[in-house]
Design a binder for this molecule. Structure first.
Ligand code: AMP
Ligand code: MG
Length: 346
């Protein structure tokens, strides 16, 4: 569906801006789409129980039909009818990390339309901590299915401007609010198998999950993206190149080696993605995405940095390789995806 105009309403404060949040909730209740802030990235929401509304999400984003959505709730009570088997492990995770940037995959109940989880028998559920997101869900009185509010293929949106750029005239309403404090999408853990399995790293780290659940398995898709880092020209074509228009290559090694590599290979349209304080030592245009030893800051800034290199008309982007500890695993995973897993060892 194309809208003549997307309505953009301020929602910076859940109390002061409640009238605008209520208008957004009305859109959701009427089967429309609303983009809204969460602590991870902006989400594009629809009533999770309304099959045709959920289908519109896939259309607006150009999202492949086989990529399931996360359902956002404001309470365990709202979640209960949507899943089967909220077991001890799920409860322990919810107690430890909800509200917050953790998505838990459980068995789906029949109340949730197939289309939400792309036909899978499972359902991804999250109780966000963001006050605006929670107020929207509460005012709608409905679970809200919401993937990231970007066009499929581009970096996830971490501020309202990113959403406006990607989704204007494609959605009915955008809530204009704060930038996202976490900046990468939620950690996704599946409790469907015998052992808990990490499907996507995020702000809630492996160590934190293991402190609650004991040992967890890391899905091959996460692990491979990291372990393959020695491979140059890895089969990036297989993966969605969800980043800038220019190819991104990760240079793994010291800053000295990075500088040297850029000098040797200098060309028109080269842009460097580097850590804070490094840019002034380079002789090419650059974007800094946080301090080298601060993975949380890198998480907050990464997606915006990936969008900025487009605005700089980059033809080729060389990025510093983040460390992989804690939240660094999520940063590394997203940057490697953006690079189609192209890593050059210096
Ligand atoms: P996004 O909302 O754009 O962050 O994407 C949601 C992520 O959660 C995607 O990586 C999905 O593949 C994943 N996801 C959602 N539901 C399920 C499910 N039932 N089983 C496995 N992964 C899921
Ligand atoms: Mg997404």
């Amino acid at each position: 569906m194309i809208f003549i105009k997307t309505v953009v309403l301020d929602a910076f404060d859940a109390k002061k801006d409640i009238e605008n949040i209520r208008l957004a909730a009305e859109v959701i209740k009427n089967g429309g789409l609303v983009a809204f802030p969460t602590e991870t990235v902006y989400g594009l929401g629809a009533n999770a129980l309304d099959e045709s509304a959920v289908k519109e999400i896939f259309v607006a984003k150009g999202r492949p039909q086989d990529n399931p959505l996360i359902v956002h709730v404001d309470s365990i009570e709202m979640m209960m009818p949507l899943v089967c088997g909220f077991d001890k492990r799920a409860k322990a995770l919810a107690d430890a990390f909800w509200p917050g940037p953790l998505t838990i995959i459980m068995k789906r109940s029949e109340r949730v339309p197939n289309v939400v989880s792309a036909g899978l028998e499972t359902l991804a559920i999250r109780l966000p901590s963001d006050e605006i997101a929670r107020a929207l869900i509460t005012e709608a009185g409905l679970p809200i299915a919401a993937p990231s509010a970007n066009l499929s293929g581009s970096p996830s949106p971490t501020c309202a401007q990113h959403v406006v750029k990607d989704l204007s005239v494609r959605v009915e309403m955008i809530l204009n609010s704060h930038s996202c404090s976490v900046g990468v999408e939620s950690t996704v853990i599946s409790l469907v198998g015998e052992k808990p399995r990490l499907l996507r790293p995020g702000f809630v780290t492996v160590e934190e999950l293991e402190s609650v659940l004991g040992e967890i398995e890391i899905d091959k898709a996460v692990f491979n993206s990291i372990a393959n880092d020695a491979v140059v020209n890895a089969p990036g074509m297989k993966y969605k190149h969800y980043a800038p228009k220019a190819p991104v290559k990760i240079l793994k090694g010291s800053f000295e080696a990075f500088k040297e590599y850029l000098e040797k290979n200098k060309c028109d349209g080269m842009v460097a993605m580097c850590f804070s304080g490094e840019g002034c030592e380079l002789s090419v245009p650059f974007i800094e995405f946080g301090a080298e030893d601060n993975s949380k800051e890198q998480a907050t800034r990464l997606f915006d940095a990936l969008r900025q290199v487009d605005e700089m008309s980059a033809k080729i982007v060389y990025a510093r390789c983040p460390n992989q500890n804690g939240v660094g695993l999520a940063v590394t995973n997203r940057l490697f995806k953006a690079a189609g897993f192209e890593v050059i060892k210096l």
